[in-house]
Design a protein around this ligand. Sequence first.
Ligand code: PL4
Length: 408
Amino acid sequence: MVIRNPHLARLTSRYLFSEIGRRRREFAAAHPEAKVISLGIGDTTEPLVEPIVTAVRERAAAMGTREGYAGYGDEQGLTALRQRIAEVLYGGKVAADEVFVSDGCKCDIGRLQLMFGPAARLAVQDPSYPAYVDSAVLTGMTGGLIEERGQFAGITYLPCDEGNGFFPDLTVIPERGIVYFCSPNNPTGAVATRAQLQQLVTAVRAKRALLVFDAAYSAYIRDPQLPRTIYEIDGAGEVAIETSSFSKPAGFTGVRLGWTVVPKALRYEDGSRLHDDFNRIVTTVFNGASVFSQAAGLAALSPAGLEATRRQVDHYLGNARLIREALTTVGFPCRGGDNAPYLWVRIPGKSSWEAFDELLHKAHVVATPGAGFGPAGEGYLRFSAFGHRENVEEAAGRLRRVFGGPRP
Ligand code: PL4
């Protein structure tokens, strides 16, 4: 028989969100009468907006004709879409050929790890989206798991908590390392200010490191003072890759479309360009995003698409307000939810998984245990604001009842 990849053995048996899905399914099977409401996995729920539906319909009709049929396209994406992303979302701060269109941000996170290779030294916010660490483990760059700390030996964890205002100490970034930073943050909902991002870019540059900035939730930023892309920050074009997605601004979690910006100014120690390597990776292991999702992406970035999807994001932010009100009424202060679709709440006297189980069993509400995002997430729950309004209202009422009861 073949030999198992030893790096795979270092991962816990299930990816966080698969484990949550498993526990939810088990509970639902054992309690078929319960109406379980998910505020767990950050998955969009509202239907695609009309300009997008029309564009996909038209593209499908065209694909059924000789003239309109298209086979493989450029692995980097349609030129028109790359141009529209560069113009509409970056105001021309990046060039169209620096934008690599993809089938989603998570997939690009995996492809980036291929580019960095096993010798790379990684730093991640703690807590953070688990795909950064888990995909790095697969490449062998992380070393072994230190069980008692719940940390991989080869990764620098940057704790983000109330003590530091959810912005980490940057002095510990490894020399020539790769720093993953997500703002608006999953899971804490914290959004870095312009001054904080300037500090980050300066620190990364000083360490001759590389920043991978995950902007998947930038459309949720409503405060005009807060930067929506790292390229609003001076000098970022020489130290930062940005990865992002149509999933959360336009409801494409099932459609699948994202992009990664790799500026040509980004250079390795020997002067060669990261852009050339990412292009090589993309053309080697990816065959381009689907023609339908790219048509959908073009429509999402049209004036009508932008207006309609903004209203959809407003809906989710409205949900976040309802969840926050419910939690604060019962005395749980929360972070996030104003410029982000996640709320981050400390549950006193319980571990994250205990709080998760209690909420599921008593309120039939699914949240995400903070410990699943890293050791600094222990003791917290993350609530996602994605959901139909009536479900969120119902869940908010249940949270009031369960958490409003007597405390240990
Ligand atoms: C559950 C910071 C959600 N099975 O849809 P994509 O691939 O363009 O974007 C994925 C993504 C990228 N970056 C950040 C994210 O938070 C996400 C999606 N995260 C969540 O609940 O944390 C969905 C998770 C899904 C997954 O693992 O991605």
